[in-house]
Design a protein. Structure first.
Length: 255
């Protein structure tokens, strides 16, 4: 009888451990599938995630290898790349009507800006796509099919250490990398209606695009000023050289 009880306990423990492992893998796969399925429907570009690991007990985890592609017509390989994103989720909420995300920490994203200042650039184009989906425009997939209307609550969202790689004709093939200030959101979707994945993407990408345009405009302006000053200095140097040559010629003439 004792051996039977021990065997039953062992079986129960194995089932519990197996269930925990399965649930943990399920949480990660749900997040990964959501990013790679719903994400492209919102941005109209490729979106990939190498892996997602979330603890079933604490809800803390990490998303690794995030990749956001560019719209058609742009040559740079990506719009946004992030090595790792720290996340916190309320595990029970994953299976409820509104998923509660306790925190998102995006550290050191690599953002590529390709195009011109204004709206003719990759980030603005992606934002246009997101705005169309978030507003329910005719280019948007039906909410029940896309999953973009799934309700979320995000308590804290922080982007820090972002770098923008600039690709513009005005740079004449030169590379430029500019930093972005921190972008911080709190208490998104705390009301009964929450916030949809499309609306969340819209809020975040809008801030990223605005901050990027400001940083690029400022640095390109500084670069233009530096180039103008260099031309002025070169011109002045050439003028001085000609004047010196003329003075030397006059000196010989006097002799």
């Amino acid at each position: 009888m004792k051996k039977i009880l021990i065997a039953l306990v062992a079986v129960v423990l194995l089932l519990v451990i197996g269930g925990v492992v399965t649930l943990t893998l399920t949480l990660g796969s749900i997040v990964k599938k959501g990013v790679e399925t719903v994400g492209p429907q919102i941005t109209k570009t490729e979106m990939k995630l190498d892996s997602a690991n979330i603890s079933v007990f604490s809800g803390s985890g990490a998303l690794k290898g995030f990749f956001l592609g560019n719209p058609d017509g742009y040559k740079t390989p990506s719009a946004v790349k992030v090595g790792e994103v720290a996340v916190g989720v309320s595990p029970r909420s994953v299976f409820s009507d509104k998923v509660r995300v306790t925190h998102v920490r995006v550290q050191g994203p690599e953002i590529t800006f390709e195009g011109t200042l204004g709206t003719a650039n990759n980030l603005s184009k992606i934002l246009d796509n997101v705005n169309e989906v978030a507003s329910g425009g005719k280019g948007a997939a039906p909410a029940e099919q896309s999953g973009a209307s799934r309700k979320l609550q995000v308590d804290d969202f922080l982007i820090s250490g972002a770098k923008v790689h600039v690709s513009m004709t005005i740079l004449a093939g030169q590379s430029m990398t500019v930093p972005l200030p921190e972008i911080h959101f709190t208490n998104l979707g705390t009301g009964p209606e929450g916030i949809t994945a499309a609306e969340l993407t819209q809020r975040i990408l809008n801030e990223v695009t605005v901050a990027t345009l400001k940083a690029v405009q400022q640095n390109v302006g500084d670069l233009s000023k530096t180039a103008t000053d260099a031309v002025k200095n070169a011109t002045q140097g050439a003028t001085n050289t000609l004047n010196n040559a003329k003075s030397i010629g006059d000196l010989f003439k006097k002799k």
